[in-house]
Design a protein around this ligand. Structure first.
Ligand code: ZN
Length: 274
């Protein structure tokens, strides 16, 4: 295997990055492009179910990095919090069904209550799901989200808060997902990556467009924005992480492209900028 092939083997693509493709096509295209692994979004799992997904994934030779996503534990409604816990247990079952070792958690936030209250509910929610996840052998990775999402998507906005929660939950099945899009601005990032150490379960890359035109669906291709991806990757690897480099791009603009051409761009950008 050439060094380049070895490096390519660390590349993982999220199905949401190539959102228009159903799982079967995404899997075939990723494998043809030399991608090493796939992270499956539940939106792409739901139309076919776990059994069919497993046979598609098994036949492809791709590794399954994770299932995206669980979480959304925070709510002012007790019924909604209970439903979220049930849904996360279902996600654990789905992860187990497709051989995903990990679920990424976007933890949730509720704009009608204080962030501290949401954080407490998130810790309670993860603790409630944890025994089921441990029994299934599925790990849970808390992904801190950029503070612009603190209103409704996550009350966990820094890696420091994430590390605090991981320490509080005190299980080898709970760790962190470091996404450069959400964390690059943080002056404590290097120190908190070092602190996270072997609880770093996942590493997500894309870029921050200047200017960013949409808060959700305007993520950039690696190299077209202002995130020092290679530097952050060097910190992650110095902390001991040797897992996948996962390309997670939500972009109305890129979803409009021929997705095969887009995937070729991803591979080039990965080799040049990650
Ligand atoms: Zn991410």
């Amino acid at each position: 295997m050439s060094p380049n092939a070895l490096e390519m083997n660390r590349l993982c693509v999220h199905t949401m990055t190539t959102r228009p493709w159903p799982l079967e096509i995404a899997v075939r295209e990723y494998a043809d492009a030399g991608v090493g692994a796939i992270t499956v979004w539940r939106e792409h799992l739901e139309p076919i179910g776990g059994n069919e997904a497993l046979s598609i994934l098994d036949a492809s030779g791709l590794a399954v990095a994770s299932l995206c996503r669980g979480g959304f534990f925070a709510s002012s409604s007790a019924d909604a919090r209970a439903a979220a816990i049930d849904d996360n247990r279902t996600a654990v079952d789905e992860a187990q069904a497709i051989g995903a070792p990990l679920i990424v958690l976007v933890c949730g936030s509720a704009a009608d209550q204080a962030l501290d209250l949401s954080r407490g509910q998130i810790a309670e929610g993860i603790a409630a799901v944890l025994p089921h996840a441990e029994a299934a052998g599925v790990k849970l990775a808390i992904e801190p989200l950029h503070p612009m999402y603190a209103d409704t998507r996550s009350a966990i906005n820094t890696l420091a808060q994430t590390n605090d929660m991981v320490e509080q939950l005190d299980s080898s099945s709970v760790g962190v997902a470091v996404d450069v899009y959400h964390t690059w601005w943080d002056p404590e990032l290097e120190a908190e990556i070092r602190r996270a150490g072997d609880s770093i379960f996942a590493f997500h890359v894309c870029d921050w467009r200047v200017p960013t035109r949409d808060m959700l669906n305007d993520r950039g291709m690696m190299g077209e924005g202002c995130i020092p991806i290679k530097q952050i990757r060097s910190w992650i690897e110095a902390a001991g992480f040797d897992g996948w480099v996962e390309v997670e791009i939500f972009s109305d603009e890129y979803w409009e492209l021929d997705q095969t051409v887009f995937l070729e761009q991803i591979v080039r950008a990965y080799n040049a900028h990650c």
